[in-house]
Structures are given as C-alpha cells and as structure tokens.
Design a protein. Structure first.
Length: 105
C-alpha cells in the first residue's frame, strides 16, 4: 500500500491510503473495492458533516420548542392559579358585604 499524510480519522490514524501496490492478505487487487480519490473522500466527509449539521439543527429546534412549551405551560399554570385565587376572593367579598349590610340595619 502507498500511504501519505492526511487528515486525522481517529486518535492514532493520520494517514490516507492512496493506492494498493501489492495485495497483502491474499485477496487480489481486482476483488478489492477501489481506493477512493481525494475528491471522493472530501465529498464523503462533507456529506457526513452536512448530515451532522442537519441533525444538530433538528435537535436544537426541538429543544427550543420544548423550552417554549414549558414556558407556555408555566404561564397557563400561573393563570389558572390566579383565576382560582380571584374566584376565592370574589366568594369571600359577598359575605363581607352581607355582614356589613346586616350591621348597618
């Protein structure tokens, strides 16, 4: 195999196979998959990166929606509590009015 320095593909691997000179494992060169060119490797890397960016965008959008939903749920919960408190206050006010009216007569 002929190798040359390339981009880092793992923690220890920093080389790229450019061509197969002689088969080393007993499999003929004709039966092996072709060695990708530099342009093909770049295209694969760019496609993987684009897919990663798309997944990240979907995840971030989902997180934004969840946070907005949780905020709206909090607002709804606060509004319900507020309406319960107002209802209790309104229930207690007529009793006060009746008591004041009876005391005036």
């Amino acid at each position: 195999m002929a190798i040359r320095p390339g981009w880092r593909s793992s923690k220890w691997k920093r080389h790229v196979v450019t061509r197969i000179i002689a088969p080393g494992s007993g499999v003929p060169i004709e039966d092996r998959p072709p060695v990708p060119t530099e342009d093909e490797r770049c295209a694969v890397r760019d496609a993987k990166y684009a897919a990663k960016q798309a997944r990240r965008a979907v995840r971030d959008l989902g997180l934004q929606i969840e946070s907005r939903l949780s905020m709206s749920e909090k607002i709804i919960r606060m509004a319900r509590q507020d309406s319960k408190i107002r209802a209790k206050l309104e229930e207690s006010r007529p009793e006060e009015g009746k008591a004041e009216g009876e005391a005036q007569q």
